[in-house]
Design a binder for this molecule. Structure first.
Ligand code: CA
Length: 227
C-alpha cells in the first residue's frame, strides 16, 4: 500500500484529505505541525509522497521542504492558501514537485498525487543494457544474451547500479557511494565498495581485467561508461 504523509495543522483539511486518501486505497500519516515533522524527518521521508502545507507553526513548509530535499527525492506536493506566483515559485525552488493552492479541488489533488506516484515506480521498472547484459531494475535480475548467463542482484547492488546510471560518464566518489547506499550511520570500508565493483566487472565486462564499463579512478572513486 502506498503511504502518504500529510503535514497540515488545520484539522478539518487534514481529516478530509486523510479520509479521501484512505478511500482511494492509500495509507496516511498525519504530522500536525512543522516541528513534529522536522523532529521525525526520517519517518517523514520514508513515505511514498508528502503533502506539505506551507503555513505551519514552528517550522514552515518551505523550510521543511528544503530539509527533506537535503535527504530525499520523495515526491512533494505543496498545499498553500497563499497561491500567488511568488509563493509557488518559492515552493518549487525549495524542491517541491507540484504546488496546489488552497482551497483545492479534491479530485484535482488526487490526480496530481497519481501523476507523481507512477514516477516512483517507473524509475525502478526500467531496464539497462551494459555490454551484452541486460539489467532489470524491477526484478533485480540480469541476463547475458551472449553467454545466456542469468542471475540476480542484491538490493544494494541495484542501488549502486542506479547511482552509476544516473552519474554515467562522471566520476563518482567513494564518499558519495557510501552516503547514498549506507547512510551516515554505517561505515563500511572502501574495500567493501571495491568488492562490489569486482563483482560487477565479472558480470558485465568481457575482460574483467580491462574494464570498459566500470573504471577505477585512483584515490577518488569510479566512473561508469556504457561504451
Ligand atoms: Ca496551515
Amino acid at each position: 500500500m502506498r503511504k502518504i504523509a500529510i503535514v497540515e495543522d488545520e484539522n478539518s483539511i487534514a481529516e478530509m484529505v486523510q479520509l479521501n486518501l484512505s478511500i482511494e486505497g492509500y495509507e496516511t500519516t498525519l504530522f500536525e505541525h512543522g516541528g513534529k515533522a522536522k523532529m521525525k524527518l526520517g519517518e517523514l521521508i520514508a513515505h511514498d509522497l508528502i503533502l506539505l502545507d506551507v503555513m505551519l507553526p514552528e517550522v514552515d513548509g518551505i523550510e521543511l521542504c528544503r530539509l527533506i530535499r537535503a535527504k530525499s527525492d520523495v515526491p512533494i506536493i505543496m498545499l498553500s492558501a497563499k497561491g500567488s506566483t511568488g509563493e509557488r515559485i518559492e515552493g518549487l525552488r525549495a524542491g517541491a514537485n507540484d504546488y496546489v493552492p488552497k482551497p483545492f479541488d479534491l479530485e484535482e489533488l488526487l490526480l496530481r498525487i497519481k501523476n507523481l506516484l507512477p514516477e516512483v515506480q517507473s524509475s525502478h521498472q526500467e531496464t539497462m543494457k551494459i555490454g551484452d547484459v541486460e539489467v532489470n531494475f524491477a526484478t533485480f535480475e540480469f541476463f547475458n544474451k551472449v553467454t545466456n548467463e542469468k542471475g540476480s542482484f542484491s538490493k544494494r547492488e541495484i542501488e549502486l547500479l542506479e547511482l552509476f546510471k544516473e552519474k554515467k560518464d562522471f566520476v563518482v566518489s567513494r564518499d558519495e557511494i557510501l552516503d547514498r547506499l549506507w547512510g551516515k550511520e554505517h561505515f563500511p570500508t572502501a574495500r567493501t565498495i571495491d568488492n562490489y565493483i569486482l563483482a560487477f566487472r565479472k558480470t558485465f565486462e568481457k575482460d574483467p581485467r580491462n574494464p570498459v564499463h566500470f573504471h577505477s579512478i585512483r584515490g577518488v572513486g569510479y566512473r561508469f561508461k556504457l561504451e
